[in-house]
Design a protein around this ligand. Structure first.
Ligand code: PAF
Length: 283
């Protein structure tokens, strides 16, 4: 497995692969890799010829300094997992290569407007500007590719599809299913920061989604069901919504059909999120 940190070497590596007629699969990550990332690497391996993974903790997508400092960093384990999953090239760019003015703000920002201001964007101002800006830069360096993202960050996936559409990146975005522990907890790099009791309470998120998926009722009833489960299980609710899976606009009680339920909340001060398919029946 090739390990690179230089942006120009990374750009040339990807372009050399395309020159050989190979499809580049690209998996952007912030490290602290787990089985969810492994599933992205395996999907990339299956659906492209050569897999590039990036490891970069992007400070621009953190709205709180303490959250950035607490974010787990496990570089040696990350390289071992990437190797085990057959990744061909791991790129770990430096902070100053990615954001030359850091810690001063970077003047150029990619922003998706309203889509990035709801849900995670409302709770973490500037978060999606940070995600959209870094992903735009990662795509610019990697060049034409097929890029793999987890559905666990459902709004992030919508934001990335939007920048690809609006800025005409030659990138095919592939959404991959959420990977869960046996008890249903969606895998997240943040789970390691939970206490044992907190981890049990965190199951409230997947339980809320399961409860909503069981009832085909108007959207407001499904919202209420999710709130009740989250609160009963000790999750401090950030939001519990039923949305259109493409626009992420909240569903009204007049609507019927397949939708996406999004939940987020705090456990042990850690922000957790999850989502799943639901079906609503208009009243
Ligand atoms: O999902 C992540 O790990 C990050 O948000 C991403 C897409 C790598 C951008 O920093």
């Amino acid at each position: 497995m090739l390990e690179l940190s230089d942006i120009e070497e990374w750009r040339s590596f990807a372009s050399d692969q395309r020159a050989k007629g190979l499809v580049v699969g690209f998996v952007p990550t912030m490290g602290a890799l787990h089985a969810g990332h492994a599933s992205l690497f395996r999907a990339a391996k299956e659906h492209s010829d050569v897999v590039v993974a990036s490891l970069f903790v992007n400070p621009r997508q953190f709205d709180r300094r303490d959250d950035l400092e607490k974010y787990p960093r496990t570089p040696e384990r990350d390289l071992a997992l990437a190797l085990e999953c057959g990744v061909d090239c791991v790129v770990s760019p430096s902070l100053t290569d990615m954001w030359p003015d850091y810690p001063a703000p970077t003047p150029t920002t990619v922003s998706v407007g309203e889509l990035g201001e709801r849900f995670e964007g409302a709770g973490r101002p500037g978060h999606f500007d940070g995600v959209a800006s870094v992903v735009a830069k990662l795509f610019t360096i990697t060049g034409p590719c097929r890029s793999f993202f987890g559905e666990k960050d459902f709004q992030q996936l919508a934001v990335i599809r939007q920048i690809v559409r609006d800025l005409a990146f030659a990138v095919e975005v592939v959404g991959c299913p959420i990977v869960r522990d046996d008890d249903g907890l969606a895998l997240s790099s943040r789970n390691v920061t939970l206490s044992l009791a907190g981890r049990r309470r965190a199951l409230g998120l997947s339980h809320a989604l399961t409860a909503a998926a069981k009832v085909a009722r108007p959207a407001s009833i499904q919202r209420a069901v999710m709130h009740e489960v989250l609160e009963n299980e000790g999750v401090e609710v950030a939001y519990a919504e039923v949305v259109d899976p493409l626009t992420l606009l909240p569903s009204s009680d007049a609507e019927s059909g397949p939708r996406r339920a999004l939940v987020a909340g705090f456990v042990d001060g850690v922000r957790l999120l999850d989502n799943g398919p639901v079906s609503i029946v208009g009243s």
